[in-house]
Design a protein around this ligand. Structure first.
Ligand SMILES: [Zn+2]
Length: 311
């Protein structure tokens, strides 16, 4: 059974209108309207939510972008700072390296100078020993007290030092230069004896000088003998220099050293005189090498050719 609903609309001027509508249609209409409203509400809500989310995301994105920019700026700043620090460190390191190079170069230069100096000294020592005719071996030998010396064959620093040490050790014992500055009046070797006019062997040289002139020893050593004999030496001093060398000084006015005294090259050991078997004030000077007399002239003169040697 279908029933109709009558809707009456009354106006102000007493005009009325009525609408007839069946109930089911009305119900359907109301339902549709409600559904439409609900749908609208849902869509509106979703739209609003979406808009809100969009705004939020944009804000968040903007924030992130700014953070990223800040971070990038920081990173750039740090990179610049690091680059500067690196540059400074590199410069410092380079300076140290340069310094090391300079030090090495300087050290090498100094070493070169030392080696050159050593070489020249070795050459001097070599020339001295060659001039006086002393042949020595690098091998130490207890019986042969000549001392070690070999001409330089290698130029290494260590070898030079070693050889120069040996050479200097020998040269200390080699009597060099004149014991007194005067004129040589009698040479070493065969001669006519001034007293008996017979041929004799003169075992030294005579150096004429006024009485009282200081006599200096010609190498480091130790006074091994001294004293007086009227018949021959007069006042005399004997010095043992080691390495097989001895020197003897005769006819002294006065001995100024005692037996056992250590003496240095150039030290005054006595005064020129005319004691013993002597015809006038002079020094009789002898050099002994390995218990044999040698010609002192080469030893006396060698110093003149080698200005860097003391005395
Ligand atoms: Zn003499």
């Amino acid at each position: 059974m279908k029933s109709k609903l009558h809707i009456v609309v009354t106006g102000e001027r007493e005009s009325t209108r009525s609408f007839a509508m069946c109930k089911s249609s009305l119900f359907a209409w109301v339902l549709s309207s409600v559904a439409l409203v609900v749908l609208l509400a849902v869509f509106s809500f979703l739209g609003l939510k979406h808009t809100y989310q969009n705004v939020h995301i944009r804000a968040s994105l903007e924030e992130t972008r700014q953070e990223l920019q800040t971070a990038q700026a920081w990173n750039q700043g740090i990179e610049i700072l690091l680059a500067k620090e690196m540059a400074i460190k590199e410069a410092e390191f380079q300076a140290i390296l340069d310094g090391l190079d300079v030090e090495n170069a300087e050290r090498e230069r100094l070493l070169e100078n030392v080696v050159t100096e050593l070489k020249s000294r070795s050459e001097i020592v070599e020339s001295i020993l060659k001039t006086v005719g002393i042949k020595t071996s690098i091998k130490e030998n207890a019986k042969h007290s000549g001392g070690p010396f070999t001409p330089l064959s290698e130029n290494s620093y260590g070898d030079l030092i070693f050889k120069l040490d040996h050479s200097l050790d020998i040269i200390k014992s080699v009597p060099l230069g004149p014991p007194v500055l005067g004129s040589i009046t009698s040479l070493y070797g065969r001669r006519i004896d001034p007293f008996n006019k017979e041929v004799a062997f003169h075992s030294g040289i005579d150096i004429s000088k006024r009485s009282g002139t200081e006599i200096m020893t010609t190498a480091d050593g130790k006074v091994s003998d001294m004293g007086y004999t009227a018949e021959n030496q007069g006042n005399y001093v004997v010095i043992d220099h080691g390495k097989g060398f001895k020197t003897r000084y005769f006819h002294l006015q006065k001995n100024l050293v005692e037996k056992g005294d250590q003496v240095k090259r150039g030290q005054v050991i006595g005064l020129v005189g005319n004691t013993g078997r002597s015809t006038g004030p002079h020094l009789h000077y002898e050099i002994h090498y390995n218990k044999k007399t040698v010609n002192p002239l080469r030893f006396v003169r060698v110093a003149r050719n080698v200005p860097s040697v003391k005395r």
